[in-house]
Design a binder for this molecule. Structure first.
Ligand SMILES: NC(=O)c1ccc[n+]([C@@H]2O[C@H](COP(=O)([O-])OP(=O)(O)OC[C@H]3O[C@@H](n4cnc5c(N)ncnc54)[C@H](O)[C@@H]3O)[C@@H](O)[C@H]2O)c1
Ligand SMILES: [Zn+2]
Length: 277
C-alpha cells in the first residue's frame, strides 16, 4: 500500500508531498522509511518506481493490534535482517523475546524500541546512500534469493518477509561455504528465522528454477550475481567475488531445510498458504 501510494505521489504532477502511515510491522520498520516507491509489473518486481521521500512517517503501534499473525511474522524477518547486517544487540533482543511472542502479547515499550531501532538503522543507511549506489545495498540482505522465491511462486506462496527469512538463510549458507561466516553464526540465524513462526514450505521448488529467477534479478551486475553476505551477526556487506561455485549447493541445502517434509518442522500446512493455487 505504501509503495503504490508513494509512487502515485512521486509521479502525479511530477511529485506531491505525502505522508506514510504504516499499519504493518514490515511497513513501520522498512518500507515506509527510505523513499523507495514503486509498483510490481509482469516483467519483474521493483522494475518500475521512483525515489520520493515522505514528508513524515507516523508509525502508530496501536494499529498493529489487528495485524494477522502471518503479517507480524513477515515483519519479524525484516527486523532480524537489521540485526544481522548492523546490530548484534537487536538480534540478541529478538532471540530473547520472539519465542514468547507466539503465545503472549509483546510489551509495548519493547516493541517501540525495536521499531525505533530498525528505523534508525535504515534511516542512517539511506541518509548516507539514498540512491543505492553503495551502502544501501546492504538492506538487500536475504532479498536476492528472497525475490527469486517470490518470483518462482508467482508472489502467491510467500509473504515478502517470509521469502526474505529463507533468503537470509540461503545467503548465510553461501557465506559459510565461502569461509566468510562461522557455521554456528549461520545456525543462530536459521534458528531465529524458524522461531518466528510457521511459514509455507519450499516443497516443489528446484535449484534450477531459483537459478533461472536469479539470473533475471536486477542485482546481476556486470554479468555477476551480487550477494550481501554476513561476516558475523551484526555485520554484512556486498561480496565482490563470485558465488557461482557454492551457489547451487547452498540453494539445494536451503530448499531442503525449509521443506515441509523435514521432521519436526514448523511450516504451514498446505491449506494455510503452503500451495500457490
Ligand atoms: N519500498 C521499500 O523500501 C520496501 C521495503 C520492504 C518491502 N517493501 C514492499 O512492501 C510490501 C509488503 O508490505 P506490507 O506487508 O506492509 O504489505 P501490505 O500493504 O500488502 O499489507 C499486508 C496485509 O496486511 C493487511 N493489513 C495492513 N495493516 C493491517 C492492520 N493494522 N490490521 C490488519 N490487517 C492489516 C493488508 O490489508 C494486507 O492484506 C511488499 O510488496 C514489499 O516488496 C517495500
Ligand atoms: Zn524487504
Amino acid at each position: 500500500m505504501g509503495d503504490i501510494t508513494g509512487f502515485a505521489a512521486a509521479t502525479y504532477l511530477r511529485g506531491l508531498a505525502f505522508v506514510q502511515l504504516p499499519t504493518t510491522l514490515l511497513a513501520m520498520i522498512d518500507s515506509a522509511v527510505g523513499g523507495k516507491t514503486g509498483i510490481n509489473h509482469r516483467a519483474g518486481k521493483n522494475l518500475i518506481g521512483a525515489f520520493h521521500q515522505p514528508a513524515l512517517v507516523v508509525a502508530d503501534l496501536e494499529t498493529l493490534t489487528t495485524l494477522p499473525r502471518r503479517e507480524w511474522n513477515a515483519g519479524w524477518h525484516e527486523a532480524i535482517k537489521y540485526g544481522v547486517i548492523r546490530d548484534a544487540d537487536l538480534f540478541a533482543r529478538l532471540e530473547a523475546r520472539l519465542p514468547l511472542a507466539l503465545n503472549q502479547p509483546l510489551p509495548w515499550d519493547w516493541l517501540a524500541a525495536v521499531v525505533a531501532d530498525c528505523c534508525r538503522i535504515k534511516a542512517a543507511i539511506v541518509a548516507r546512500d539514498e540512491r543505492e549506489t553503495g551502502e544501501r545495498k546492504v538492506l538487500n540482505f536475504g532479498h536476492t534469493v528472497g525475490h527469486a522465491l517470490e518470483a518462482v511462486t508467482c508472489y502467491r506462496r510467500f509473504r515478502h518477509g517470509e521469502a526474505v527469512g529463507i533468503g537470509m538463510v540461503a545467503a548465510s549458507q553461501i557465506a559459510v561455504r565461502l569461509g566468510k561466516l562461522a557455521p554456528d553464526e549461520a545456525q543462530r540465524l536459521e534458528q531465529l528465522v524458524r522461531r518466528v513462526g510457521r511459514m509455507p514450505g519450499t516443497d516443489g521448488l528446484t535449484v534450477a528454477d531459483l537459478l533461472e529467477a536469479l539470473r533475471h534479478d536486477k542485482k546481476v551486475s556486470e554479468g555477476q550475481l551480487r550477494f550481501i553476505l554476513p561476516s558475523r551477526i551484526g555485520s554484512a556487506e556486498e561480496y565482490r567475488g563470485s558465488v557461482e561455485d557454492v551457489l547451487p549447493a547452498a540453494l539445494a541445502d536451503t530448499l531442503a531445510r525449509f521443506s515441509r517434509r523435514q521432521p519436526g518442522d514448523r511450516l504451514l500446512p498446505e491449506a494455510e498458504g503452503g500451495a500457490e493455487s
